[in-house]
Design a protein. Structure first.
Ligand code: DQA
Length: 145
């Protein structure tokens, strides 16, 4: 069982970026914890981050056919990235939307997600654990089916 863990624009800057909101952990720190959880769950994970919507679309098109699900923090693309939405829909894979911060407690433009309605669910505001909970959910979903 293999899951794609995708991070969108500016998430490569975690650790330096607005630590009051996003915390002090770097993207590598997060990925290390996700990898550890994946090992415990006996599933494979593949990480991808890009600041470019088209690069994420290319990655999804290339990698989804050999994967079982997706955990995605699309960053600001969550709020307007229509080609990303189409790419996710085209995979027909189950995916979970994750946000480190509680987007609903922030600026109005962050309250809207254009991918939430095609996701299995959304996990927001609980930091890096959102990724591991999403992974646990997807692993169980696939095992039960
Ligand atoms: C974010 C929330 C988005 O609104 C923002 O643009 C990000 C990070 C989060 O993880 O809280 O880049 O997805």
């Amino acid at each position: 069982m293999k899951f794609l863990i995708i991070n969108g624009p500016n998430l490569n800057n975690l650790g330096k970026r607005d630590p009051a909101i996003y915390g002090a952990d770097t993207l590598s720190d997060l990925q290390e914890r996700i990898e550890k959880r994946a090992n415990d769950l006996d599933v494979d994970v593949e990480f991808f981050q890009s600041n470019h919507e088209g690069a994420i679309v290319d990655y999804i098109q290339a990698s989804a056919p050999s994967s079982d699900g997706i955990v995605i923090n699309a960053g600001a693309l969550t709020h307007y990235g229509l080609s990303l939405r189409d790419a996710l829909a085209d995979t027909e894979l189950p995916f979970v939307e994750v946000h480190l911060s509680n987007v609903h407690a922030r600026e109005d433009f962050r309250h809207q997600s254009i991918i939430a309605s095609i996701s299995k669910g959304q996990i927001v505001g609980i930091g890096w654990q959102g990724y591991t909970f999403a992974l646990e959910y997807l692993a169980k979903l696939l095992k039960d089916n």
